[in-house]
Design a protein around this ligand. Structure first.
Ligand code: HEC
Ligand code: HEC
Length: 312
């Protein structure tokens, strides 16, 4: 999460500064008075580290952290924040590790000392709303002509995928060893590539969110991703799966793939042409219309060579 975290850190510092000026320093009404941290300043931490799990009908213990109203509503067990009393607030105890399991459940890393202090200040200062915090971070859409980078797709992956695909997610170890909580892990080659820069159709990640490969992702769907979000992810991959700074991911030549999908009668997997030759091992006599697993390799020219095709 390093890259993303840095961006969040910068955003946080800005918000904090803004909250400080808005709540006291410039008002002149209370010179020198303690400027309480407002919810505006803590919401980005919840958005980035907590809302991926604490939202919607399946929120753990019914606790949603996606708006001030929902944070104040608390969980099935009752309030999680007590105005003026951080030590008696379950939310603060969880992020400090005084109550177990420590939050965020995906940690380590847990929140930084600065982030914890900010939340403590917000509770100590009486849970003020500030300007009415922004709703959970919406994916920032690229402007016309601007390249799609990890910054644009990270909010989708963090909110819809990272609750499982993290070091210590809802399923324990990341499913298939695949983490989706940092750019490095999302595009990692490891044993195989799931994101093939330049080629969305050869990317198992796209096949899973489209439902061409099963089980469809997110695993806890429906709801699945909005078509608009799927297209944004495809565009990001087509343009090289760039990191937050705009640097493309390493070229995929030579990487192994494992894809799932439906074959047609010209060795295409849902529109992805496969290069098949005498050395391709073909198991269980797959035919047109069959759902298959393909083990392959990305060629120098970007084509996918099928090493093995097996009917499932
Ligand atoms: C990977 C999913 C996940 C993430 C991310 C996550 N939580 Fe949780 N949270 C859970 C689960 C599961 C529980 C229930 C655990 C238990 O049995 O106490 C829980 C419980 C809690 C509770 C206890 C509520 C109560 O009434 O006892 C609080 C407070 C909480 N989380 C706050 C947070 C905060 C704050 C963050 C972000 C800094 C966060 N969580 C991130 C999954 C998550
Ligand atoms: C509730 C947990 C959960 C969520 C949320 C989730 N996944 Fe998964 N994911 C799984 C499980 C479990 C598997 C293994 C499924 C199988 O193939 O049997 C998996 C497998 C995958 C695979 C296949 C990996 C491989 O090596 O072939 C990809 C790609 C994937 N998920 C992407 C995503 C994306 C993208 C999202 C968010 C849009 C997402 N997942 C959300 C649980 C989850």
């Amino acid at each position: 999460m390093t890259v993303h975290k840095r961006a969040v850190g910068a955003m946080l510092r800005l918000r904090r500064l803004a909250a400080y000026f808005l709540t006291g320093a410039l008002s002149g009404a209370v010179p020198g008075a303690y400027a309480a941290t407002a919810f505006d300043a803590v919401a980005p931490i919840f958005d980035q580290r907590c809302v991926m799990c604490h939202n919607g009908d399946a929120a753990p213990l019914g606790l949603r952290l996606d708006s001030l109203e929902n944070v104040l509503k608390g969980s099935q067990r009752g309030a999680v924040v007590k105005a003026g009393d951080p030590d008696a607030s379950e939310l603060v105890r969880r992020i400090r590790g005084q109550s177990q399991p420590r939050m965020p459940l995906t940690g380590p890393p847990y929140l930084s000392a600065d982030e914890i202090a900010l939340i403590e200040n917000w509770v100590a200062g009486g849970l003020t709303a500030g300007r009415g915090a922004a709703s959970p971070s919406q994916p920032a859409r690229p402007k016309a002509g601007e390249a799609v980078t990890y910054q644009h797709v990270a909010p989708i992956l963090l909110q819809r995928c990272a609750k499982c695909h993290a070091a210590n997610g809802l399923k324990g170890a990341p499913p298939e060893g695949y983490r989706l909580d940092t750019w490095e892990e999302t595009v990692a080659r490891a044993d195989r590539l799931r994101v093939v820069p330049g080629n969305p159709a050869a990317s198992e990640l796209v096949r899973r969110i489209r439902g061409q490969a099963l089980p469809r992702m997110p695993f806890d769907g429906p709801p699945y991703l909005a078509e608009e979000d799927i297209r944004l992810i495809e565009q990001w991959i087509r343009q090289g799966a760039r990191d937050a700074q705009g640097n493309p991911a390493p070229a995929p030549a030579g990487a192994s793939l494992r894809l799932h999908g439906t074959l047609n009668n010209t060795w295409e997997l849902d529109g992805l042409p496969l290069s098949v030759d005498a050395a391709t091992r073909i198991d269980k006599r797959p035919g047109p219309g069959d759902y298959v697993e393909v083990r392959g390799t990305v060629q120098r020219d970007g084509a996918v060579r099928a090493n093995r095709i097996r009917r499932r």
